[in-house]
Design a protein around this ligand. Structure first.
Ligand SMILES: Nc1nc2c(ncn2[C@@H]2O[C@H](COP(=O)(O)OP(=O)(O)OP(=O)(O)O)[C@@H](O)[C@H]2O)c(=O)[nH]1
Ligand SMILES: [Mg+2]
Length: 314
């Protein structure tokens, strides 16, 4: 097994797609050896991660397609991770994106993988951090992560990505005034997609106003305004400008995004928690507690302490 993983890791680093696909399956499903595979990853990764988020049907996949077409002309090697919350099974996710992105499936410069959300809170896959880490081990220039923006996932994607693109559509125009403050915090670039719709201009103007207010309000005066771009992803209008805006953002960004630190600290916390709780069986806990509760001098804290002592020493 150990040798297999060593070989797999080597192949992933060389950009072998079947090996990468197998590695993702191992990590996603916590199959035998997934921990040692993760332990092999190093921090020397060149791929930058771009998060594409936004409401369902905003055209995220179509934007990703158009960006792929654009960047292929520049000979970029790109991985796409599409997290599909609407499908409880991988099969559904695969099918949906496979149809839309089929033109790239045989392209040696493009790797595409759909992931189910597996009941994780929000719209992300529970293993998205690990999977992205693994993908970054392969020699890609860019990793695009498409995810539906629902609640917590938006915050997570911002931590994961070096650049977060929030895609909105005219139908959401009236809601812009009530856009969650959160979305202003995570967006590095706003895209008004479906700009061929009549009311796109209204949404565009509202967004411009909001990013202007944000840049000039309170203590953050002088902050650069978040770019707002119009696209018609179906015919490629505005896509070169979007690609340029993403590249510009990545080029000027030198520091680790502040949100990354929080995301990784959270992840680290979860991993420690999972490791420490490994030996604790909730059903047995319940049964033990039921018995203990019958004693006259039962004390919850003393009862709990026996487990704490056990995990510390064990
Ligand atoms: N008119 C118009 N239609 C568009 C545009 N971009 C995407 N669409 C259409 O909008 C629909 C949804 O596009 P998708 O790219 O699947 O949207 P999505 O955000 O990836 O959707 P989910 O992943 O299901 O959340 C498709 O029928 C697209 O053809 C656009 O710029 N103009
Ligand atoms: Mg999609």
């Amino acid at each position: 097994m150990r040798n297999d993983l060593k070989q797999l890791h080597k192949e992933v680093k060389e950009g072998n797609f079947p090996a990468l696909a197998r590695g993702i399956t191992i990590v996603e499903n916590e199959l035998n050896g997934y921990e040692s595979l993760l332990l092999k990853l190093n921090e020397n990764r060149r791929a930058r991660v771009i998060g594409i988020t936004g409401p369902p049907g905003a055209g995220k996949s179509t934007v990703v397609n158009a960006l792929l077409r654009h960047w292929l002309k520049e000979n970029k090697k790109i991985a796409v991770l599409a997290v599909d919350p609407s499908s409880p099974f991988n099969y559904g996710a695969l099918l949906g994106d496979r149809i839309r992105m089929s033109e790239f499936y045989s392209n040696p410069n493009i790797f595409i993988r759909s992931l189910a959300t597996r009941g994780a809170l929000g719209g992300l896959n529970a293993r998205i951090i690990e999977i992205t880490d693994l993908v970054k081990e392969a020699p890609f220039d860019l990793v695009l992560v498409e995810t539906v923006g629902v609640g917590q996932s938006e915050v997570e994607i911002a931590g994961l990505a070096d650049c977060t693109v929030v895609t909105l559509v005219p139908e959401a125009g009236d809601e812009v005034q009530t856009l969650k403050a959160g979305i202003m915090e995570i967006a590095n670039i706003f895209v008004v997609n479906k700009a061929d719709h009549a009311d796109a201009e209204g949404l565009y103007r509202n967004l411009r106003m909001l990013v202007h207010e944000k840049a000039h309000s309170g203590s953050k005066t002088g902050e650069e305004e978040i770019p707002v771009l119009k696209t018609v992803a179906t015919d490629g209008t505005g896509i070169p400008e979007l690609a340029a805006s993403v590249t510009h953002y990545l080029d000027k960004q030198k520091d680790l995004p502040a949100k990354r630190l929080h995301l990784l600290a959270d992840k680290c916390w979860q991993l420690i928690q999972a490791a420490r709780m490994k030996d604790i069986d909730k059903h047995k806990l319940l049964a033990d507690l039921e018995v203990a509760l019958r004693t006259d001098d039962f004390n919850l804290y003393a009862f709990t302490k026996q487990f704490l002592d056990k995990t510390v020493t064990g």
